[in-house]
Every structure is written in C-alpha cells, then in structure tokens.
Write a protein that binds this ligand. Sequence first.
Ligand SMILES: [Zn+2]
Length: 334
Amino acid sequence: MKDGPVEQARHPVGGVDYPRTLEEFDAWFSTEEGCARYLERLRWPRGFCCPRCGGTTVWRTARRLMHCGGCGRQTSLIAGTLFEGTRKPLRTWFQAMWYVTSQKFGMSALGLKRVLGLGSYRTAWTWMHKLRRAMVRPGRDLLSGRVEVDESYVGGEDEGADGRHTEKKALVVIAIEVHDPKGFGRVRLRQIADASGPSLTPFVQDVVAPGSTVVTDGWPGYGRLEKLGYSHERRILWGSGQAAHVLLPGPHRIASLLKRWLLGTHQGAVSREHLDYYLDEYTFRFNRRTSQAPGLLFHRLVEQAVRTDPVPFARIAQGTGRGVRRGEDGIEGA
Ligand SMILES: [Zn+2]
C-alpha cells in the first residue's frame, strides 16, 4: 500500500492530479470509467481496500460498485458521497463541476441547465445546491492575524439609511484577513438574525483564532471580544465626513463584490433560506481566487464532493442540511 498521509499532503499537480485545460478534461473524462477512476482515487487516496476483509483485489462493475475479489463484498463508489443515488451519468456531473469551477463568477442554475442540456430546471437547481454543499470543507482552519469584521445588508439595492434594522434584506456578517501593508487573505461569511452580541460573538469565535486582532467599528455587539481572548481594535467613525469604507475596507469590499455577484450571476434571485449556501459558494471562490489553474479548483470540488454526505432534495428545498450526517434516508435520484 502507498504511504497515505504523504500522498494526501502532496500538492496536486496539473496534468497528473487534475486536468489543466478543456482538452485534457475531455480526454480524461470522456467515459464513465474515466470519471469513476478519478472519484475512486480521490475517495481512497491510499488505494481501495475492502471494508470486510481488507482485500485490495477488486473488480469495478458497470454499476459503480467495487467488487472484492477476496470475499465478494460489493462497495458502492458513490454511496455516502454527494453523488449518492444519482441516476445521471458521472460524466454529466463532471461536466457540471468543470463548468462551475472554470467560470470566474460561477454559474446560475439556468446556465447549468443550458450547457448540460438537462431536462429540468429543478435538476439543475438541485445540482448547484448539492455542489454548494461541497464548497465548504468541514473543520476549516480559523482566520488569524489581523481580521476585520463588519455586517452588511444583502438582497436589496439600497444601503438603507437608518443603519442596522431592515426587514426585507438579509444581514450578513463578514470576517476577512487583512495583510500589511495591503491585500486580503481569506474570508468567512454568515447570515445572522440581527446585529446583537449573541449573533455576532459566536460567529467571531467560530471563524477567528483566539489571540488574533479583530478590527470592528464601535458597535456594542462586539463588546465582549476582548474578554474572549481577542485583541480588539475599534475604529470609531468621527462625524459624517468619514466614509465607512475607510474604517473597514475589507468587509466593505467583500460586501460590494458579493452583492454584485448575487445580482450578476444569480440575478438577485436568492431567497434568504438559501442565502447561506450562496455565501459558501462565494467563500469557496474568493478564498481560491489567486489559483491560476481552474483545474485545481475542479480538483478541490471533486475531492470535497466525495467527502460530503448526501443531502436529500427535501432538505435542499427547505434550505437546510448544513452539517449533514451519514445515514440519511430519502436521497433524491436527480
Ligand atoms: Zn473483501
């Protein structure tokens, strides 16, 4: 058996671990077998080994099953992954993942339906939402260093003159690493019910490493950060001559990019129940924005998809299903 941990730690290589161009993509994934082999490699980086007998001699059946040569047990390639229960060819899924990752601003469900020739909008919409579930890796690293945090309203075109309370728009809190002297690092986003301390504080605790410097405005909702082990820097707006984006340029920039993306790629048609998943997609894209290779983004998405638990359609439709567990019933066969 190969040395697993070393294998996994290795940086993926273009042309070996992921396709660098559309031509390479077409050559690798023109058949179901090519797609299945790729999934298998990402799911079992150390090589498949039978869960019953530990055997490594295996036949791959046309029904996406791994048939153990030692004991005859059959293990599904896609059960327990994001692709569980799908009746569509893996090839179509691979094309979807390629399109979604090779377009700078991603794709709407309608766009996906068109390019893949999918029969129904519902299928395209469901696929996009399934893929978004794979865009957030469980147990992600915490932000660290210097982190700016601020809230912004999303979902309308006006900023809202009065400040923190609006009924129609969703409130999103943004945390972003800022580099010295300039430049941004990674971002984290979350929809919150309100701008109170009980909404803001857990977000900071969930996404920012203790000991980091958290930069906010003077809002009292951030009042407990110092007690919780952060170095808290407050920037207070003095008078009306100073614009908010001067105080916290990071969150301000992200808010405007996010709004533009929601209005552009998704025509603003994002409901509050589903907003969290769009935030995940935005985060996935932003945090990998410096990657020059679209194929690497594709590789990461497939890699995370085989580690993401299946999500039944009902839960997607309701806008729930984050942190899904193994063993859910009722997988939709989209
Ligand atoms: Zn076996």
